[in-house]
Design a protein around this ligand. Sequence first.
Ligand code: PRP
Length: 221
Amino acid sequence: MTSSDMNYLTVALPKGKLFAKAAELLGRIGYTADDLSEKSRKLVLTNEEKKVRFIITKTADLPTYVEYGAADVGIIGKDVLLEEERDVYELLDLGFGRCRLMVAVPRAMKREKLSDYAHMRVATKYPKVAEKFFYQQGIQVEIIKLNGSIELAPMVGLAELIVDIVETGTTLKENQLDEIAPIEEATARFIANRVSFKMKFDRIQAMVEGLRALLQEEGKQ
Ligand code: PRP
């Protein structure tokens, strides 16, 4: 199966926080498949009637599937796009899944200015974003890549700082961490493979317009 199969449109959805809303929005504009659920053991779900295939990927891998054309389109957070730096078209800001990438520190370790943290260690799932941010600030730090539960790192002395996404702020609060510097706001984006966008323009454009109309209805844009 490749998305170069002109008969099908392959849509990538990420496991995790964005899945439910992404599947719901697509469903409302007529793109769905039987048993389309994050918990599905099947990783490819096909709707033969609509000629749509869904693939369910690990969040960080989704832009890779789209860049290489294994999926024609996908829905993914801007935070992941910033980190993965994949060559894809970003066609629409879907407005949901709003969060912010930020630098945080244990309250007890808080210092006056960001430069006071020079030469310290920063744990993150977003090493490229973190590296770029501190470089732009002219502050040298050591970046430690982790794959999750980032808040644990400063609690056990693996790092002094973290760079992570904050949505409600609950995780930071529960772990006595304070935000010290915002990096970027992020929301879910509708993305497309560059070749697919040309070859399957009508279908992809119809999806974009359908989603845009839905968002307008919801008063989000
Ligand atoms: C993300 C992020 C924070 C949390 C923030 O983790 O890394 O831990 O959500 O959300 P909040 O501000 O609403 O508390 P996720 O649940 O994706 O899991 P992870 O820690 O394994 O990456």
